[in-house]
Design a protein around this ligand. Sequence first.
Ligand SMILES: Nc1nc2c(c(=O)[nH]1)N[C@H]1C(S)=C(S)[C@@H](COP(=O)(O)OP(=O)(O)OC[C@H]3O[C@@H](n4cnc5c(N)ncnc54)[C@H](O)[C@@H]3O)O[C@H]1N2
Ligand code: MOO
Ligand code: MG
Length: 400
Amino acid sequence: MIKVEEAEAIIQAQARNYGVEVVPLEQALGRVLAIDLKADRDLPPFNRVAMDGIAIKYEAFKQGTRTFHINATQAAGDKPVEIYTLDACNEIMTGAALPTTVDTVIRYEDLEIKNGTATILTDEIKRGQNIHQQGKDKQAGDVVAPANKLIDAALIGVAASVGATELRVKTLPKVVVISTGDELVAIQDSPLPYQIRKSNTYTIQAALQKYKIEAELLHIPDDRQSIKQQLQKCLQKYDVIILSGGISMGKFDYVPEVLEDLEVKKLFHKVQQRPGKPFWFGKHANGVLVFALPGNPASTFMCLHRYFMPWLQKSIGLPEAKVYAALSIDFVFEAPLQYFLQVSLSINPKGQLIATPLAGNGSGDFANLVEANAFLELPAEKSNFKQGEVYRVWPFKPLV
Ligand SMILES: Nc1nc2c(c(=O)[nH]1)N[C@H]1C(S)=C(S)[C@@H](COP(=O)(O)OP(=O)(O)OC[C@H]3O[C@@H](n4cnc5c(N)ncnc54)[C@H](O)[C@@H]3O)O[C@H]1N2
Ligand code: MOO
Ligand SMILES: [Mg+2]
């Protein structure tokens, strides 16, 4: 049985670039930018007025002029109206392009406007004030968002401002999520007393939507022939197969042997961890990867977040994010397995990330995952974990 770190290294070594594709800007949220996005013009593209008021030449103020004749009123979006005398000003609005013949903006709060004139009521005026200088944020040609960034709302806005109607993004792998098990019924059905509803495939499908993967779902009964036929088809059609269930020691756990029959090379089976010990991972000669996750819902969930998600992040170019948290209380786990403790993360007033274990029913408590927001990874080498000790943590929900 291999260690968690070895399993992780084997999986991460299989990270693969699935290429690049173009999507409309409106569909790019959650995808990963594949190229450096550059400014098509300076940002801001002109000397942008930053306060509603008047624009003057500072020289006039310096020479003592306080009352200015209003030459024109310039709204945002108007072509700049030049001013050719020192005693004139333009009323000018936030967002307007500053005329080249003036250099200073005074806000309405510091003015009295009457009879076609504006009088400055303060002596606190600085040359160039209230102007957002052309190119101050970015120059034309500068990178406004680098490749390998997750596209969020802020990036969408920057892309729109540089005229990107489409974005080049990383192509996502084609994924199928398969449940196995004769005890499973469809969610709309009423299970018999000895049956349960399928849930793992829905969990996995939902988790993958974070990165916009639209996984297809499939169910296969615990029948060797059906498993073989269905998996054979999937090996031709998808880049990644995620299975749940059918991989442990049971008489009807056919998945590992069928995968090997189909020439999916086993890269490991069983990891020194709880939950999720029976995890199986392999690769077909055609490059298709198979993540066969243990069927217990909490194990499926943990393995998905601890192994599949980091593999996906690496494959689409996202940097690895390592997060650590301190245990809020002492905790004991005796078995020589890496323990993935369900915790609730919070930030204390000192700004430290604190992991509070959730009582629940241990690692297999699936319903508890609604309350938990992370797994704290407790090393297999230790049994007694003390309050304040810091361990790696795997958040699976936003903190706030
Ligand atoms: N003799 C041994 N038995 C078991 C061992 C072991 O080491 N020796 N390991 C246990 C561990 S740990 C786990 S985890 C499970 C893994 O079992 P499988 O991957 O073979 O999964 P199944 O047997 O098919 O199902 C296990 C459990 O999960 C439920 N399940 C499965 N699929 C779904 C689904 N899509 N939605 C909801 N629930 C699902 C299933 O009904 C079972 O209750 O093996 C232990 N046994
Ligand atoms: O993966 Mo298993 O029962 O440790 O849940
Ligand atoms: Mg089983």
